[in-house]
Design a binder for this molecule. Structure first.
Ligand code: NAD
Length: 493
């Protein structure tokens, strides 16, 4: 039997024909995207002071979906004033049980409109509908449900301590998990009695504006949540506003450093969730087929637009060639294309700018001497797409190993001993996450204590739950989101 299998050279099979499915696109009939969205301030949709708008592009068709208000310091000032008034007069005085009811209502309304949210997330951001439908939006609702449950139990969450809300929170989020990042930030802040000025990323603001509709429709008191759209100018105006008590930022390490400098010397609290370059470690006793699925999920999931993406692969030398063969075979079966198609594994790169950055790293990796290999899958001619890519024979000094690419690009190295892989895995400015595949529990515990990463997954990858804290070491930031740690970040003790 094994002889017969060995005779088949699987890498020569034409996987594109083996795995061609009939198209199965999610309908957009029920989707209503307005031609223009205003800021959401004090419970109303208001025009930007500048009168300026910018377009949001569908990265699959390259066509404009809508236009959004360009925020500036005047808009941010209005939003902060509304948030302060709502904080002082209403929200901080309301009982936790009442606040919780609003959060439960938001969670239920998101569930009711989940299909609409998922489709818009995929249209605006490029992520496959399977992910926005099965991961992002269910997790959004789960975060609101989870923190709704804590709103009237804060004294039990932190026994023996008296807790109070912080005040007005400025929250700035990235484009890779647009609505989920909004939920990670809004739900604990509101549960604790804070009010918020939120700024979504400029390429993916549509689901935040749909969330504004939910917030208005659920009867949340005006000013408790304000949403100002725009680019870094609007973000910086939130960071520098003197009446903001806390900044919660998720985004790149470069912008995180700017924010840390801007808030230094002020009494603003700060949490930073920044970039990553996770080590994904495969030992020779690991279940290799499952590990290969984990690798695929870890880096090609959401086009590699994942802060905790397993972008550095370390394979134990004795199984290196076997794992690479299995990985290449699996990568050849990946379906890259229309994010709205339910067969799609890898969707569109979020923007032309991000695709340009990824292509820059593809050229750089070759120049640095790594061996490039790309999936044989076809990619659409129109839109922003990138083939799932491996860099074999990468080395620690390569920039493709040290810097965050934020695309479907995996740098591969081998190792012999556990000490060697720990040293290599920790040799990075980042420390957000890591993954380990092995049959031995003791080895897992050994590694979890030695890997300098906020999250370490064992024999799985990219699993999230609202009860689990998430956050990084080193240049991946500080502070935790999720679980009780995430709640404590929005309280004064
Ligand atoms: P980015 O830093 O370019 O932008 C993030 C947000 O900051 C956007 O809303 C942007 O408009 C705003 N911004 C830009 N300049 C600003 C300034 N000077 N002051 C205030 N706000 C400013 O990041 P991005 O490209 O949108 O997102 C990708 C990055 O986010 C990656 O590095 C990724 O690793 C990181 N990320 C981290 C986590 C985490 O939990 N650690 C989660 C998701 C994404």
């Amino acid at each position: 039997m094994s002889k017969r299998v060995n005779k088949i050279n699987v890498t020569e099979l034409d996987f594109s024909s083996v795995w061609s499915y009939a198209a199965s696109p999610e309908s957009t009939d029920h989707i209503k995207i307005a031609p223009r969205y205003e800021h959401f301030i004090n419970g109303e949709f208001v025009r930007p002071t500048s009168g300026k708008y910018f377009k949001t592009i569908n990265p699959t068709s390259e066509a404009a979906l809508s236009e959004l208000a360009q925020g500036n310091d005047k808009d941010v000032d209005k939003a902060v004033k509304a948030a302060r008034k709502a904080y002082t007069e209403v929200w901080s005085k309301m009982s936790g049980a009442e606040r919780g009811k609003y959060l439960y209502r938001i969670a239920r309304m998101i569930q009711e409109r989940s299909r609409e949210f998922a489709v818009i997330e995929s249209m605006d951001g490029g992520k496959p509908i399977r992910e926005s439908r099965d991961i992002d939006i269910p997790l959004v609702a789960a975060h609101f449900f989870y923190y709704a449950g804590w709103a009237d139990k804060l004294e039990f969450a932190f026994p023996g301590k008296s807790v109070a809300p912080i005040g007005v929170c400025g929250q700035i989020i990235p484009w890779n998990f647009p609505l989920l990042m909004a939920a990670w930030k809004l739900a604990p802040a509101l549960a604790c009695g804070n009010t918020v000025v939120l700024k979504p990323a400029e390429t993916t603001s549509l689901t935040a504006m749909k969330l504004a509709e939910v917030i208005r429709d659920c009867g949340l008191p005006p000013g408790v949540v304000n949403i100002v759209t725009g680019d870094g100018v609007a973000g910086a105006a939130i960071v520098n506003h003197p009446d903001v008590d806390k900044i919660a930022f998720t985004g790149s390490t470069d912008v995180g450093k700017i924010i840390q400098r801007a808030t230094a010397g002020t009494d603003k609290r700060l949490t930073l969730e920044l970039g990553g370059k996770a080590a994904h470690i495969i030992f020779d006793d690991a279940p290799l087929d499952q590990a290969v699925e984990g690798i695929i999920n870890g880096i090609f999931f959401n086009q590699g637009h994942v802060c905790c993406a397993g972008s550095r692969l370390f394979i134990q030398e004795s199984v290196h060639d076997k794992v690479i063969r299995k990985l290449k075979d699996r990568m050849n079966t990946l379906v890259v294309g229309d994010p709205l198609d339910k067969n799609t594994d890898v969707g569109a790169i979020n923007s032309a700018e991000q695709l340009g950055k990824i292509n820059h790293y593809l050229k750089l990796g070759v120049k640095e001497g790594a061996e490039i290999w790309q999936s044989s899958c076809a990619i659409p001619r129109k839109g922003y797409f990138c083939k799932p890519t491996l860099f074999l024979k990468a080395s620690q000094s390569h920039r493709i190993v040290q810097e965050e690419i934020f695309g479907p690009v995996l740098a591969v190295q081998s190792f012999r001993t556990i000490e060697e892989v720990i040293e290599k895995a920790n040799n990075t400015p980042f420390g957000l996450s890591a993954g380990v595949w092995t049959d031995k529990g003791s080895r897992i515990f050994n590694l979890t204590t030695k890997l300098r990463a906020g999250v370490v997954w064992a024999n799985t990858y990219n699993k999230f739950d609202p009860t689990s804290p998430f956050g990084g070491y080193k240049e991946s930031g500080f502070g935790r989101e999720g679980g009780l740690h995430g709640l404590s970040a929005y309280l004064k003790f």
